[in-house]
Write a protein that binds this ligand. Structure first.
Ligand code: MEV
Length: 297
């Protein structure tokens, strides 16, 4: 028996860290996929992935039984760089396992079931994640996500125009997401996190406009980056990447994800994105361009 599940990575446009404290965040699914293949086998469940992480097999075995399966992971996402590699792995694994459940008479998992069950895998990697990463990986498109009090509130962000982004990977972070989240908690950064929440609400409103004012949204993203610097999760490499992206013509730039390394992105117009990416690459940065298209919800 062979079952396959796929899921995309993600980019947090704004609101990382604030979302852990109950404020909103906006995230988009990236056209970069993780694929999980399950094959029935004799003996203990084993994983083939090329990923050297002792948490991997225990995390997957929160979903897949610990005997009887060979798990193969193929991914277009760099691990642990803020592009949602673990969230994509969680959703792809659940989709593959659910294919097995359906084949043996079980029910097809809807979004809510996927989202709730994926927390087990995400917790194995990240401690107490907000759930935004695997929400957008499961839903696709662009989403607004809040976890205030009880259940998460997840609403599609209704884009009318494509968003042109240029992403720079500064390399693996020096700290895990759980460590960075804990550092922010210990710092007592409530005022900065609340200010990020206010920015997110404005960015969401502007991104849903019929015509996006890219320059204005870019300035809001710059402010978000400054607030993330203020709570101690940026790095000199992330700050330099943002400066390079802005100098190359991006309307605004910020780190994305937990920080401490990993990715930053610039928001561009569709006319400038290719030049910005080429300029950043010429400066020696590891860069790729991505267009986020409106989704028919
Ligand atoms: C990590 O991609 C985003 C954080 O906000 C953590 C979380 O939401 O769980 C830093």
């Amino acid at each position: 028996m062979v079952h396959v599940g796929e899921a995309p990575g993600k980019l947090i446009l704004c609101g990382e860290h604030a979302v852990v404290a109950g404020h909103p965040a906006i995230a988009v699914a990236l056209p970069r996929m993780t694929r999980v293949t399950l094959r029935a086998r004799l003996g203990a469940t084993a994983v083939a992935s090329g990923i050297d992480d002792p948490r991997l097999l225990p995390a997957l075995c929160t979903v897949v039984p610990d005997t009887g399966w060979g798990i193969t992971i193929e991914s277009e996402l760099p691990v642990g760089c803020g592009l949602g590699s673990s969230a994509a792995l969680a959703i792809a694994t659940l989709r593959a396992w659910n294919a097995h459940e359906v084949a043996t008479g079980g029910e097809r998992a809807d979004f809510d079931a996927l989202h709730v069950r994926a927390f087990a895998i995400e917790r194995a990697f990240h401690g107490n994640p907000s759930g935004v990463d695997h929400a957008v990986s499961a839903l696709g498109g662009a989403v607004r996500y809040t976890r205030a009090g009880g259940a998460p509130r997840i609403t599609p962000l209704r884009l009318h125009e494509p968003l042109a982004l240029v992403v720079v990977n500064t390399g693996p972070p020096s700290h895990t997401t759980a460590e960075l989240v804990e550092r922010v908690r210990q710092r007592g950064a409530e005022a900065e996190l609340a200010a990020i929440g206010v920015l997110v609400a404005e960015v969401a409103e502007r991104l849903e406009a019929a015509h996006v004012d890219v320059a204005h949204v870019g300035a809001l993203l710059d402010r978000n980056h400054a607030l993330l610097q203020g709570i101690g999760v940026s790095t000199p490499a992330l700050d330099a990447a943002c400066v390079t992206l802005r100098r190359a013509g991006a309307a605004g730039a910020k780190l994305a994800g937990a920080g401490g390394g990993g990715v930053a992105f610039g928001l561009c117009t569709r006319d400038t994105a290719a030049t910005v990416a080429a300029e950043a690459a010429a400066q020696g940065l590891d860069v790729f361009g991505v267009t986020i298209h409106p989704t028919a919800w």
